[in-house]
Design a binder for this molecule. Structure first.
Ligand SMILES: NC(=O)c1ccc[n+]([C@@H]2O[C@H](COP(=O)([O-])OP(=O)(O)OC[C@H]3O[C@@H](n4cnc5c(N)ncnc54)[C@H](O)[C@@H]3O)[C@@H](O)[C@H]2O)c1
Length: 262
């Protein structure tokens, strides 16, 4: 099969790239010969990710950084941009915790908002200043189905992802005339190390049966191509949009089993 080369000579910076959806996005960009800068707070997983990607001929650089540390973020982004100007930013890093609203400690609330929203702001503002000076760039923000539709037990997470959606739209409005497109992706329930750490297999199976019309969780391989599409020239007139990939969950209420066609 002839591989596409949409990102040859493009430099892509991806946060939270050491595992899960972020790693799969990196892997798919790698297959299309992009130069990659991977940012992650987990040193061990980051080293493993770089090793796995080393089979490609693409340049892969890694930066062990917590995106909530603004000074470090500015430092590594400038280093990465000096190696090769950043063309595409994928803001994927995020964390989730399940806690009932009345039990959420202030420290837990602040950490979720800090990683999912403040960190995204630090990274985006730093990268977009560089992109603005060159009058071109693409940013894709990881939101979630939970940023559009609430889920019990996730008041802080839902709030952070709702914030990501409004950040995306405002950035798109302000940066369009500078040649920078900004969009968001809202995955539904995806099987990743994060979701498997939070949910038992029994929970996942019950959740899927109740809520997901396609009757299964999504795979990372099905989410990464949405990012690649939004990063590519194929989406050159799309900005300020929120693309949902959720197996039909947000389409409405799933039919009862006795209603389904045999
Ligand atoms: N898994 C799902 O069902 C799902 C659904 C919708 C949205 N998302 C979003 O997708 C993104 C990736 O999720 P995932 O399921 O692949 O998670 P994951 O935990 O498997 O991977 C997240 C990566 O981000 C890194 N990270 C976390 N905090 C960081 C920080 N402060 N600085 C730098 N790196 C940091 C982690 O080390 C990890 O490598 C998150 O933003 C998540 O909210 C996930």
């Amino acid at each position: 099969m002839m591989l596409r080369q949409r990102f040859k000579n493009k430099h892509i910076l991806i946060t939270g790239a050491a595992r899960g959806i972020g790693f799969e996005i990196a892997r798919q960009f790698c297959e299309e010969s992009a130069t990659l800068s991977l940012l992650d707070s987990n040193q061990e997983n980051l080293a493993l990710a770089v090793k796995k990607l080393a089979i490609s001929d693409a340049g892969v650089y890694s930066y062990n950084v917590d995106i909530t540390n603004r000074e470090s973020v500015i430092d590594v982004i400038n280093k990465a941009d000096n190696i090769q100007p950043i063309d595409i930013l994928i803001n994927n890093a995020g964390i989730a915790m399940e806690t009932p609203f009345l039990n959420i400690e202030v420290s837990e609330w602040k950490r979720i908002i800090d990683v999912n929203l403040n960190g995204m702001f630090y990274v985006s503002q730093t990268v977009c200043k560089l992109m603005a000076s060159r009058k071109k760039g693409v940013v894709i923000n990881m939101a979630s189905k939970n940023g559009l539709d609430g889920e019990f037990g996730y008041a802080h997470y839902n709030s952070s992802k709702g914030g990501v959606i409004m950040l995306t739209k405002t950035m798109a409005l302000e940066l369009a005339h500078l040649g920078i497109r900004v969009n968001a992706v809202c995955p539904g329930y995806i099987q990743t190390p994060m979701s498997m750490e939070i949910d038992s297999p029994e929970f996942t199976s019950d959740f899927v049966n109740r809520y997901i019309p396609m009757n299964r969780p999504g795979k990372v391989e099905e989410i990464a191509p949405v990012f690649l599409f939004l990063a590519s020239e194929e989406s050159s007139f799309i900005t300020g949009q929120v693309i949902i990939a959720d197996g039909g969950q947000l389409a409405g209420q799933k039919p009862r089993s006795e209603f389904l066609y045999k």
